[in-house]
Design a protein around this ligand. Structure first.
Ligand SMILES: [Zn+2]
Length: 264
């Protein structure tokens, strides 16, 4: 499932079309990805409008068009954003194609857990506003994180990291990466974290977000070689530091990997 850095990379794909008008729209009207969308309004409003800019909030993308039109896309499990040539013929899983004179902006999603939303209005839509500051912003600091952890003292730390309203954009692989780097067991209850643990989790969260935006988010290149992600999904994956086998279990409902030596 795409997490913050992958979403950032996909968001930028449509930048090729900034400044150009939408001349036609092709979509699979009955598709689940449009479950919260008035597709007629979407079509009538977007044709003739120019793509102005795009934003990312956690795992959500927001594309702003002229005429006060906004298109939100959540990639769900398998969603992808592409650019194709203007005469592109949409394939089965291309649920929304915005056609410009020189290119086609394509949203494709084979499993349809993604979501397309449309909003017409001067301001950014409410469904895209978030009270949670982005992790790579200055507002996301140790105090903010501590306050949140104090309200979830019974939860395993991994469950807290997956809460989108506080850690926007963090998903399964980033949470494991953060906890491995912070040397904290994913199943450790928040009430049992020392202040040193909290500090390490905070630092690791900032670091993993920043470095993954600089690699994956920038050009879809791999995160640094010594990261856990390269071992996490392997059956015989090892700790990048100790080369001992990783442990695996379900924590917070998600497949989780950790190093029994690094993480306590
Ligand atoms: Zn280790």
């Amino acid at each position: 499932m795409p997490e913050l850095a992958e979403v950032e990379w996909f968001r930028k794909q449509w930048n090729a079309g900034i400044g150009a008008a939408i001349v036609d729209l092709v979509f699979h009207q009955k598709n689940r990805v449009f479950r919260e969308t008035d597709v007629r309004a979407l079509r009538e409003s977007l044709i003739g409008q120019k793509l102005l800019r795009s934003h990312r909030r956690g795992k959500r993308m927001l594309f702003q068009f002229s005429g006060d039109n906004w298109l939100g896309i959540h990639l769900g499990m398998t969603g992808k954003i592409h650019v194709r040539s203007a005469n592109y013929r949409p394939a089965k899983h291309d649920h929304l194609v915005l056609i410009q004179r020189e290119r086609a902006l394509v949203f494709t999603d084979s499993r349809q857990f993604g979501r397309v939303r449309f909003h017409h209005g001067a301001d950014e839509p409410d469904w895209c506003k978030s009270k949670a500051p982005e992790i790579n912003s200055r507002e996301f600091d140790q105090n903010l994180m501590n306050g949140f952890l104090d309200r979830h003292r019974k939860a395993p730390i991994k469950a807290a990291l997956l809460m989108q309203h506080r850690f926007p954009g963090i998903g399964n692989w980033m949470a494991d990466e953060i906890l491995w780097r912070a040397k904290v067991l994913p199943s450790k209850r928040i009430r049992n974290l020392s202040s040193q643990d909290r500090h390490q989790v905070f630092r690791a969260t900032k670091f993993v977000v920043r470095r993954s935006l600089e690699t994956l988010g920038k050009d879809f290149s791999d995160p640094p070689k010594e990261w856990l992600i390269h071992q996490k999904w392997k059956r015989d994956g090892v700790c990048p530091k100790h080369r001992i086998p990783l442990r695996h279990a379900t924590v917070a409902g998600r497949t989780t990997a950790w190093c029994p030596k690094c993480q306590k």
